[in-house]
Design a protein around this ligand. Structure first.
Ligand code: SDX
Length: 428
């Protein structure tokens, strides 16, 4: 392959170098485009064809349905690693030794107490507040209680901010959940594993001992691994561009949480369950909803289907679908919603509208069914997505800061009014 791209503009040719990745992906490096041409820029709404960075964290191939974290396949990691191991791998680039993992976990546990005044912020929210709005606010509020974690430059300062948020975020998730359910706020237990502690903080009833179900512990661990990173998706790009202004880690994460909330992104897992429940209440009439999804006049989309990058099965959806079967069976849960989901998938995968557009189930299509079987309410599904994505956001923010990448500031093409004189109000 030639090492350059040539663009011809108004009869003049300009050469630009190519960037070739370790998986042989190719990009045209246009970082000097505007300065070498007569201020010409590119246009790419939604950045469907635009790379924002060179990253060594996650590789995905949408055509082949491949997803790897730091070179390890998602299938192997979901099957053999723990979520905390995967968090360490994403953030620091290597699978940890036992000693490294133990130290990482103990550093996190040392930071798992949240300032009691944060309760006043939690109490200020109405019980009707959507948990994503609450958790985004609480994450940003952490900056106020941990000022030293703002604008961290050194790797050591970054590490301190990282273990702080990995320790405190699960507490904020549990407080957000318990507040909505009228339960006293719990601080968890430093003697427990990372996943066990999350479950106990969320679900322990004040008047009884919390009994762990190993099936639920394993299912949550796997789900969080599957959600941990996904290269430059909407929320990760938001964390990167926010962090590029050198605001602190917590504030950057808070913007990512808000971006994830959208139903086109992480909010889809809640929208999927609401859609499946609507179909169930509608007598299981999947045909009607398929027709709605294909009707251009109808804003309805088949939630949990389609993906900006995957034009074949989302490998995470394949793993979650398999896990849904086994978790529901092990928990002895009969959920008609799972059968509706499978029926919808079967119909869509042979319908020309979906086949022609390469619309397959994505990570959000089955995850809610498992969360529901685990007793997690629908409006908490996207918070669980954020809990899983946290190490990925951190890893991407850290990579951007360590590489000292410039502040993100896209250009535009102005299409508004050209210069015109002011008109006094009595003449308008
Ligand atoms: C996540 O980017 C990531 O990596 C995200 C994520 C991660 O881990 O971070 O994987 C997590 O966000 C998964 C996606 C969850 N969202 C949904 O399930 C919502 C439903 N899906 C769609 O809204 C849509 O598929 C997107 C948003 C996911 C992708 O949209 P694109 O890439 O902008 O594609 P598009 O909207 O241009 O659609 C192309 C065509 C259009 O039809 P035509 O104009 O060509 O006729 O496909 C149609 C769309 O109308 N289409 C759908 C559809 N998704 C796309 N039609 C019906 N139902 C759908 N779900």
């Amino acid at each position: 392959m030639s090492e350059k791209a040539t663009i011809e503009i108004s009869g003049k040719k300009y050469d630009f170098p190519l960037i070739i990745g370790t998986e042989n992906e190719v990009a045209i490096d246009i970082s000097n485009l505007r300065s070498t041409t007569d201020s010409v820029i590119t246009m790419d709404p939604g950045y469907k064809n635009t790379g924002s960075c060179e990253s060594a964290i996650t590789f995905l191939d949408g055509e082949q349905g491949i997803l790897r974290y730091r070179g390890y396949s998602i299938e192997e990691l979901a099957d053999k690693a723990s979520f905390l191991e995967v968090a360490y791998l994403l953030i620091f680039g290597e699978l940890p030794t036992k000693e490294q993992l133990d130290k990482f976990h103990s550093d996190i546990k040392a930071q798992s107490v949240v300032d009691d005044d944060v309760r006043k912020i939690v109490d200020a929210f109405p019980k009707s507040a959507h948990p994503m709005g609450v958790i985004a606010s609480l994450t940003s509020a952490l900056t106020a209680f941990n000022p030293s974690s703002v604008n961290v430059d050194s790797e050591e300062a970054m590490y301190k901010a990282i273990v702080k948020i990995l320790g405190k975020f699960p507490v904020l998730v549990a407080w957000t959940f318990r507040k909505k359910n009228g339960l006293p706020l719990d601080y968890g237990d430093k003697n427990l594993g990372y996943i066990e502690n999350i479950l106990k903080m969320m679900f322990k009833q004040p008047n009884e001992e919390y009994i762990f179900n190993p099936i639920v512990v394993d299912a949550l661990d796997k789900l969080l691994i599957l959600h941990a990173d996904h290269e430059q998706n909407c929320s990760t790009s938001t964390v990167r561009i926010t962090g590029s202004s050198h605001v602190g880690l917590f504030a950057s994460l808070s913007t990512g949480i808000s971006a994830l909330w959208g139903p086109l992104h992480g909010g889809a897992n809640q929208a999927v369950l609401e859609m499946l429940e609507a179909i169930d209440q509608d007598g299981g009439d999947t045909e009607k909803y398929m027709a709605k999804a294909k009707d251009k006049a109808d804003p309805f989309r088949l939630m949990g289907f389609g993906h900006r990058v995957y034009k074949s099965f989302d490998p995470r959806a394949r793993i979650i679908k398999k896990a849904a079967d086994s978790v529901l069976e092990d928990l002895g849960v009969e959920d008609p919603i799972l059968e509706i989901a499978k029926g919808l998938e079967k119909e869509a995968l042979k319908d020309p509208y979906f086949v022609d557009r390469k619309l397959y189930p994505n990570v959000d299509f089955y995850s809610g069914i498992i969360y529901r079987a685990m007793g997690i309410p629908t409006d908490m599904f996207t918070v669980m997505f954020a809990l899983g994505r946290l190490p990925g956001w951190i890893a991407q923010w850290r990579e951007m800061r360590l590489k000292k990448e410039p502040i993100g500031r896209p250009r535009q093409i102005y299409v508004g009014k050209t210069l015109r004189p002011f008109v006094p109000i009595d003449k308008r």
